[in-house]
Design a protein around this ligand. Structure first.
Ligand SMILES: [Zn+2]
Length: 107
């Protein structure tokens, strides 16, 4: 995992980079069969702030080609829902904020 603090932005941005292993096998999102990575697609998620810095996770997500479902399936990552631009903990925190602000309104 790589990290980089971008101080050219305000607030500063912390970028965490995760890279998949080229030789590894990954579960097909359709049938869970372990398949070799066909190629990698770079994706980015907004994560919770790290102190005052905005934090992003960038990962080379493997696309698998399997005997059953053919090629080009993006492997699911453990930290985000499929297709979401936010990490799960970010969504959870955002949701808690929404609930909290509604409580304030209801009182
Ligand atoms: Zn499959």
């Amino acid at each position: 995992m790589d990290q980089d603090l971008d101080t050219s932005t305000q607030p500063h941005q912390l970028h965490l980079e995760v890279a998949g292993d080229r030789g590894a096998r990954y579960p097909c999102p359709q049938c869970a069969a372990l398949c070799p990575a066909h190629d990698f697609s770079e994706k980015r998620w907004r994560h919770l702030n790290f102190f005052q810095h905005e934090c992003y996770i960038t990962a080379s997500v493997p696309r698998v080609t399997g005997p059953e479902h053919g090629g080009g399936h993006l492997v699911e990552v453990p930290w985000a829902r499929k297709g979401s631009a936010f990490t799960l903990v970010f969504e959870k925190a955002a949701l808690a904020l929404v609930v909290e602000s509604h409580k304030v309104v209801l009182r």
